[in-house]
Design a protein around this ligand. Sequence first.
Ligand code: GLN
Length: 388
Amino acid sequence: LNRRLAEFGTTVFAEMSALAVSTGSINLGQGFPDTDGPEEIREAAVRALRDGRGNQYPPGPGIPELRQAVAAHQLRRYGLSYDPDTEVLITAGATEAIAAALLALVEPGDEVIALEPYYDSYAACIAMAGGTRVPVTLRPHIEDEEAAFRLDLDELRATVTDRTRLLLINTPHNPTGTVLTREELAAIAELAVERDLLVVTDEVYEHLVFDDAEHIPLATFPGMRERTVTIGSAGKTFSFTGWKVGWITASPGLVTAVRSAKQFLTYVSSGPFQYAVAEALALPESYFTAFREDMRARREVLAEGLAEAGFRVFRPAGTYFITTDIRPLGETDGYAFCRFLPDRAGVVAIPNAVFYDHRAEGAPFVRFAFCKQPTVLQEAAERLKALA
Ligand code: GLN
């Protein structure tokens, strides 16, 4: 393994999901639903397969139907107008979109600022691009139960140097569940314009925001549309994480750049599934509302169970993850905790420390996924109560 990748080892998701299987534990680690997405969308994929649509290489930028559906979704929801022919690119999940964007836009030695804790592929992809990652830490605010991990805007501002090329933003944020507010996003946008930075924004949880929280794409702020690559994914919104259909929307120059990298990573992927996702994006608003409400109810079940089991719970404003603090249980090392949890309680979780450069900052935090059936969440909570 080369020096760029040597520090990364095996992704925590593979490690913890394997542990769930080998111990027969309930897997609240890796974020994937235990119920597949809509029947009619599965049928759409079967129809595409059967009718011979997408069984051979689809077009490099993605099939026109899906690019049009992505553009229509951005316009309908956010008033963002993108040309499906020049400003939309279909990718092999958000994962490839992140990789291709960083490989295309980062020069060796460029600094990339990311919100810490950060989704694990960010660090690896920045490294593969030869960039230097510069984390800005979201810190818990004890007085603020809701979305308690917040960005310090002064710190973000102070982190930008002459070598900063790109801001890598994620909202709603994995693993903390923070949804950046309009004020925070406006400040990020102002900074990006002032310092002439590119922005890659991972918005794969755009449909998973709860209560009063609102997802506002960074690309909607003044001066941002032309400097922002926005990333979306069907895996999260439609509960088909195995299909690996994602996309970016950006200005023609940025899409061309990202496509230059993407064409040599996978070239294309997921032919028949692209047709199905085009139909999914056109589902009526009631689908998205019901999905959000369903996940909100599951959040309540797990949050309550974790609190009763003695965890300090940071109730997330978005995503399907709950970050907890294990110190009230008399524990301080989340990694050690997640290693013994399957044996002691029959539950698998993710130690947030793996998403930090400043490991000590993340040590006491552990993430649980609630994209599971309520009965499964209840059973997990019962098992966790036995820890006390
Ligand atoms: N994004 C999901 C998570 O955060 C799964 C990621 C993965 O398996 N690579 O848990």
